[in-house]
Design a protein around this ligand. Structure first.
Ligand SMILES: *Cc1c(COP(=O)(O)O)cnc(C)c1O
Length: 482
């Protein structure tokens, strides 16, 4: 093509391509529609169900252009109104989500400006924001200044980063894999085993440590098993404690486990994905020893009530993290330079990524810390309140939880598991408040997990009423059958 032809073609192409750069009047209209939609969605949260069992079937991408209004309508019906409503305060199942509005605003700005946050040189400001969030986390968990960390998409990826560093520090590879032992709680989150498998440690030996009546790791059993392994010529490598288990909200005895990790030269990892931020509350004492871990993970998209998609990992041994993630190993012989650690790309498997630091940084400074801490304290009290109410109704309760997750079951005279399952089904069919179930000590139980920032006393009252009426239904079908 000669220059003339190129110019003509460019003029022609521009007619279509310029549509991607929306102009101000239309931008304002779109923002207004989105604002209206968000307001309607948030206003409706108190009245809509927390769970709707329904498939989404109309979301296929077609070649036909559609209006924003039409797409928002589709979104409402096919996304907002199917499955669990994670933005609702009535989500009391699994580990509830968050979604504070100021984080959404931060995401909007991050997307509009689109800085390259993973390389300091490319965006010193965005990289620094991410680093300052990591620095704040270090102070929350009393990790030393020279530890490293990064923001990830969530707990699972944070675990991968921590375990990879542990693996590389302890040189667990090839024929040595089968001689190394990992010690896990019976209540460990399944992302732990998954991470081991993904990073090539599928053949490592895993020991499950039994738990006491409050679902915490028994440290004497742990030590006994370690001693036995050493006597058998095996190499203790990694011990994982949980600060807030998913099923029971238990915090393992962190200090005692730290002592054992040190004694047997193991990497000490703490999964604080769910529970970590409760360290800022009256429960602080329970977290004693967390500062002794080699690595911890914590999920701001849980305990800081942020929208899904932001986890964090802190690791003390920066050389190990760089070994796994820095792209030229030769550079490594000089050790970790300050400059290298300013770019998250060097301490994480991600290169180009969402600038997720802003959605932590902005809300923390807009609101200050106080409302976050108050919200966490409130969740602790609400679980207490929920348990009291359940006890009044004759339910059996799991042990008093360390944090905001607990469980219960009804002591039906016969077929208890089956009928509690039926009760769970009734609760799901009702859907006004969402709860989930688990198997604990071989018993079918219903879990209460309170962490959504919108969960308030009124919602717990509603849950109690719903459970009462569902229990009645189970009892009635029982009578009808007899
Ligand atoms: C949620 C959770 C994880 C996994 O984190 P994701 O952010 O879902 O990947 C790991 N451990 C615990 C204790 C959790 O609650």
């Amino acid at each position: 093509m000669d220059t003339e032809e190129i110019i003509l073609k460019l003029i022609e192409l521009n007619e279509a391509s310029k549509q991607l750069d929306i102009q101000e009047p239309e931008r304002l209209k779109m923002i207004n529609s989105i604002t209206d939609y968000s307001n309607q969605f948030i206003a409706g949260l108190n009245t809509v169900k927390a769970f709707t069992e329904k498939d989404a079937t109309l979301l296929e991408i077609t070649n036909q252009k559609r209006s924003l209004a039409e797409l928002l309508d589709l979104y409402q019906k096919e996304v907002a109104e199917t499955g669990i409503n994670a933005a609702s305060g009535k989500h009391l199942g699994y580990i509830p989500g968050g979604g504070i509005f100021t984080a959404a605003l931060a995401d909007f700005i991050a997307a509009v400006t689109n800085p390259y946050a993973s390389v300091y040189y490319a965006s010193p400001g965005a990289a620094t924001i991410e680093n300052e969030v990591v620095n704040w986390l270090k102070s929350v968990f009393s990790f030393p200044e020279n530890s490293v960390g990064c923001l990830s998409s969530g707990g699972s990826i944070s675990t991968l980063i921590a375990f990879t560093a542990a693996r590389d520090k302890h040189k667990v590879k090839n024929e040595f894999i089968r001689q190394h032992v990992v010690y896990l709680s019976e209540q460990v989150h399944h992302s732990t085993q998954k991470a081991l498998r993904i990073i090539g440690l599928e053949d490592i030996i895993i020991r499950y440590i039994s738990l006491d009546t409050t679902h915490r790791i028994k440290t004497d059993s742990l030590e006994e098993i370690i001693e036995r392994d050493i006597a058998a010529g095996l190499q203790p490598f990694l011990v994982v404690a949980t600060a807030g288990t998913t099923d029971t909200g238990a915090v393992d005895p962190l200090s005692e486990i730290a002592t054992l990790a040190k004694k047997y030269k193991m990497w000490f990892h703490i999964d604080a994905a769910y529970g970590g931020f409760f360290i800022m509350t009256s429960k602080r004492e329970r977290f004693k020893g967390i500062e002794k871990a080699d690595s911890i993970i914590v999920d701001p998209h849980k305990g800081l009530f942020l929208p899904y998609g932001v986890g964090a990992v802190l690791i003390k041994d920066s050389a190990a993290v760089l070994h796994s993630n820095y792209y030229t190993a030769n550079y490594m012989q000089d050790g970790a330079s300050e400059e290298m650690l300013k770019s998250s790309a060097n301490v994480s498997p991600e290169l180009t990524k969402h600038f997720r630091g802003l959605r932590v940084w902005l809300p923390l400074q807009l609101h200050g810390l106080e409302p976050f801490v108050a919200c966490l304290e409130e969740k602790l009290l609400l679980v207490n309140y929920f348990r009291n109410k359940l006890a009044e109704l004759g339910f059996c309760l799991g042990p008093e939880p360390d944090l905001s997750v607990s469980y219960f079951w009804y002591p039906f005279v016969a077929d208890s598991d089956k009928k509690n399952r039926q009760l769970m089904d009734e609760i799901h069919a009702d859907g006004s408040v969402f709860l989930s179930s688990s198997i604990i000590n071989k018993r079918f139980v219903i879990r209460i997990a309170i962490l959504a920032f919108r969960t308030k006393k009124e919602i717990v009252d509603e849950a109690i009423e719903m459970i009462k009426s569902c229990l009645k239904k189970v009892n009635q079908t029982d009578l009808a059958k007899n």
